[in-house]
Design a protein around this ligand. Sequence first.
Ligand SMILES: Nc1ncnc2c1ncn2[C@@H]1O[C@H](COP(=O)(O)OP(=O)(O)OP(=O)(O)O)[C@@H](O)[C@H]1O
Ligand SMILES: [Mg+2]
Length: 394
Amino acid sequence: MDPITNPYAPGAGAPPPELAGRDALIEQVRIATERVRIGRQAKSVLMIGLRGVGKTVLLDRMRSDAEAAGIETLRIEAPEGRSLPAMLAPQLRLALLRLSRREKAGDLAARGLRALAGFAKSLKLKFADLEVGIDLEPEPGLADNGDLEHDLQALLEAAGEAAQAVGTVLALYVDELQYVPEDQLAPLITALHRCAQRQVPVMLVGAGLPQLPGQMGRAKSYAERLFAFHFIGPLDATAARDALEVPAAALGVRFEPAATEAILRATEGYPYFLQEWGKHAWDVAPASPITRDDRTRPGPAPLRRRGRGPRPQGHRDGAHPRAADRKGHGLEPQPRRHRVHRADVRCLPAPDHARRGLARGVRAGRPQLRRPTPRCSSHRPNQPRASTKASITA
Ligand SMILES: Nc1ncnc2c1ncn2[C@@H]1O[C@H](COP(=O)(O)OP(=O)(O)OP(=O)(O)O)[C@@H](O)[C@H]1O
Ligand SMILES: [Mg+2]
């Protein structure tokens, strides 16, 4: 079918055409944010999961929903090797400038900008990458001790008070939080704790890999009480079906039930793989419905996997991770319960390939999802053969 209208979006942080199976969590975070807005107790939120399960797209959806509800948001992606103050300061400045344009917050936002100036000036020596525009002169004694723990607390409190003046929340959306070093996580946790104690409306919605809860706990032992940890896993069968079929149905295209089942089995409900398989199925299908067809298809199966079906799933939304996840990073190779014929899957992205790649990456200190290198160069998953029919073979 027409690849131009292909609705699927395999990628990193690429919003899916149907964000399936996450409504309950989105609602929980909305409730927490609204509670913070009216001065009620609510925990900051951390979403934990392996690569490709959909943390970034969830974070972005939560943020755009919050903005639509009038929440003042900051979006940060923690890159490896940059300091927390360097990431935070420019975004905080923009938020304070936005708040300063609102009449009721004017003076408090100006105070926040002075706090930011003191913060930047006093920490510049310690964090050489810290650069931020200075709009107002620092106020002596305000966030300018040169000690991150103290100054970040004063800065977030000042900014939060400006948000409070206009009945909103300062919400920090931070992706890849595991890259923030533990000695910088600790001041962030302390600052959030202080704001919560003083009922200043500042909250964090963060996302990170499975090592993040351990890092938070080591940074501050009370972190486990301060945050609501949500473990994001593969989609359950209903959500996975929706992720695959709803985008096609919106364009008048149907999947034969056998084709859907084959894709659900092969992807084990992992969101990235659902997008990838949906995209290829669409591209190779001559017309609707997309079928499972292993007889008329020439050449090696592009999307084929034999075996006894899925292994038990990993952790799901809101559930506790399995013991293995708590022990290590949750990335240890899983026991194989079914046989996968290598020849069939060597060209494919598949969850067990991803886990192996991920586990290797973690051992090497670089946790990341690596797509398996296609072994047959003539048949890469991204470039299905023109002659290949819509074929999904279980
Ligand atoms: N709930 C969902 N339903 C359907 N597709 C989804 C869902 N969540 C994520 N996806 C798709 O999965 C892919 C990966 O999503 P995303 O980049 O957000 O994952 P991630 O957990 O942030 O990965 P990483 O840890 O590598 O950053 C994207 O192509 C996205 O469109
Ligand atoms: Mg991400």
